[in-house]
Design a binder for this molecule. Structure first.
Ligand code: NAI
Ligand code: MG
Length: 334
C-alpha cells in the first residue's frame, strides 16, 4: 500500500525547501501520498493556534512526518512548537548526522559524525519556568531520569551497531552539574559496559567543543543531553558547510518527524536563496527509517554530484544560484 506522509511546510524558508524536497522524492520514484498540514506562525495567522489539533491528529495517524522549520514567537505564553511536538509524541531520540561532501567550502573533507541528542528532558524539560514577581529572579528545571538517560544511550549503541560505527562518546558536564549530568554519565557508563565491542569514551562538553573544532576526525557517535546536543549539532553543521547541510530525525516508539536542524532563516526567506539539502538529507533519513535504502542512496549520490561539480549550487556552498536552480540540477541527475 502507498505510504502517506504528513507534510508541514512550516515558516520562512520552509515552504520553498519542502517543495524542493518533494520534487526530489517524486523524481526518485518514491510514490508517496502527501497530506499537508500547518504549524508555527503560518498556522497561528490562519487559526490563532501554533499547533492546531488537526495537525497533531494527522501526525498521529500517518506516523511519519516531514516538516519545515517553524518560527516560535518570542514572548510569554508561547511554548516552542518543536518542544511541544517532541514531548507530545515522545520523540526521545534526535539523530543529527553530519557528513562531508566534496565541493563545499567546509574546512574538513572527512567528517562523519552522528550526534544523538536526548530530546525530551534536560534543560528543555519545560518544567518549573518561573520569574519572580519583581522580575529579578528566573528559574527553570533541568530534569534527567534514569529511564530517559538509559533509553537514549541504549539507542545510541544500537544505532552504532546498526550503522557499523565504532565509537560512542558520552558528552556531559558532570563535574559541575553533579546531579543531572552526573546521573546521565553514571547511566552512560553502565550502558557502555554492556557493549564491549564498541569503543566508549566520555568528554566534558566544553572540551568537546574545542576538540570538535581542532580534531573532529576523532568523533563517530556522540550521545548527550538535550541542551548540549542542540548546541553541538549546530557546531557539527559548521564542520561540513553550515546549517544548509544538516538534517535531523526525531524518533519515538510509534512516530517520527524528520526536519532540518536549522530554523526558518528569516534573513533569507522569500529570496530563493535557501539551500534545500538540509531537508532533503532529512528525507534521506526518513527513507532509511522506512527501509528504502536504495532510494536514499540514489538521492544522496545526486546531491554529492551536484555539490562536487558545483553545478548550480547555492550561495552558502560557494555557488551563485538559488533554491530552484539547485533543485533543477538535482532533478536532472535523478
Ligand atoms: P536559523 O537556523 O533560522 O538561521 C541561522 C543562519 O543560518 C541564518 O543566517 C540563515 O540564513 C542560515 N541558514 C539556515 N538555514 C539555511 C539554509 N537551508 N540555507 C542557507 N542558509 C541557511 O536560526 P535563527 O535565525 O536563530 O532562527 C530563526 C527562527 O527559527 C526562530 O524563530 C527560531 O525559533 C526558529 N527555529 C526553528 C527550528 C525548527 O523548527 N526546527 C530550529 C531552530 C530555530
Ligand atoms: Mg537548534
Amino acid at each position: 500500500t502507498q505510504q502517506t506522509i504528513t507534510i508541514i511546510p512550516g515558516d520562512g524558508i520552509g515552504p520553498s525547501i519542502i517543495d524542493s524536497c518533494i520534487k526530489v522524492l517524486d523524481k526518485a520514484g518514491c510514490d508517496f501520498n502527501y497530506e499537508f498540514s500547518d504549524a508555527g506562525l503560518t498556522a497561528f495567522k490562519k487559526s490563532g493556534d501554533l499547533v492546531p489539533e488537526e495537525t497533531l491528529t494527522l501526525i498521529e495517524k500517518n506516523k511519519i512526518c516531514l516538516k519545515g522549520p517553524l518560527t516560535t514567537p518570542v514572548g510569554e505564553g508561547f511554548t516552542s512548537i518543536n518542544v511541544t511536538l517532541r514531548k507530545k509524541f515522545q520523540l526521545y531520540a534526535n539523530l543529527r548526522p553530519v557528513t562531508s561532501f566534496k565541493g563545499t567550502r567546509a574546512r574538513y573533507d572527512n567528517i562523519d559524525i552522528l550526534t544523538i541528542r536526548e530530546n525530551t528532558e534536560g534543560m528543555y524539560s519545560g518544567l518549573g519556568q518561573t520569574v519572580s514577581a519583581d522580575g529579578e529572579t528566573a528559574e527553570a528545571m533541568s530534569l534527567i531520569t534514569r529511564e530517559g538517560a538509559e533509553r537514549i544511550v541504549e539507542f545510541a549503541y544500537q544505532t552504532a551497531i546498526k550503522e557499523g560505527r565504532k565509537k560512542v562518546t558520552a558528552v556531559h558536564k558532570a563535574n559541575i552539574l553533579k546531579s543531572t549530568s552526573g546521573l546521565f554519565l553514571k547511566v552512560a557508563r553502565e550502558v557502555a559496559s554492556r557493549y564491549p565491542e564498541i569503543e566508549s569514551t566520555e568528554m566534558i562538553v566544553d572540551n568537546c567543543c574545542m576538540q570538535l573544532v581542532m580534531n573532529p576526525e576523532q568523533f563517530d557517535v556522540i550521545v548527550t543531553t538535550n541542551l548540549f546536543g542542540d548546541i553541538l549539532s549546530d557546531l557539527c553543521a559548521g564542520l561540513v558547510g553550515g546549517l544548509g547541510m544538516a538534517p535531523g530525525a526525531n524518533i519515538g516508539k510509534d512516530c517520527a518527524i524528520f526536519e532540518a536542524v536549522h530554523g526558518s532563516a528569516p534573513d533569507i526567506a522569500g529570496k530563493n536563496l535557501a539551500n534545500p539539502t538540509s531537508v532533503i538529507l532529512a528525507a534521506i533519513q526518513m527513507l532509511e527509517y522506512m527501509g528504502m535504502d536504495d532510494k536514499a542512496t540514489l538521492i544522496r549520490d545526486a546531491i554529492a554530484d551536484v555539490i562536487e561539480t558545483g553545478d548550480r549550487t547555492t550561495r552558502d556552498l560557494g555557488g551563485e544560484h538559488g533554491t530552484t536552480d539547485f533543485t533543477e540540477a538535482l532533478l536532472e541527475r535523478l
